[in-house]
Design a binder for this molecule. Structure first.
Ligand SMILES: [Zn+2]
Length: 60
């Protein structure tokens, strides 16, 4: 009955599937995005998430 809610964001790059989350508990993807932005994760208009590797290779 107890659910630990950890929001997960997944890279939308082609053939990627990288995932990231916060080291603390949150159910909000927006919190994860803000937390991971300094690490290179980006969110494109429309809500697509890109990991640092895909961002660098230009899958935007
Ligand atoms: Zn990726």
């Amino acid at each position: 009955m107890t659910a630990v809610l950890i929001a997960l964001i997944r890279c939308d790059g082609p053939d990627c599937g990288a995932e990231t989350h916060t080291p603390f508990e949150t159910s909000r993807a927006s919190v994860v995005r803000r937390f991971r932005r300094p690490g290179g994760w980006r969110t494109r208009p429309g809500g697509r998430d890109l990991c640092p590797a895909c961002w660098k290779t230009g899958h935007r």
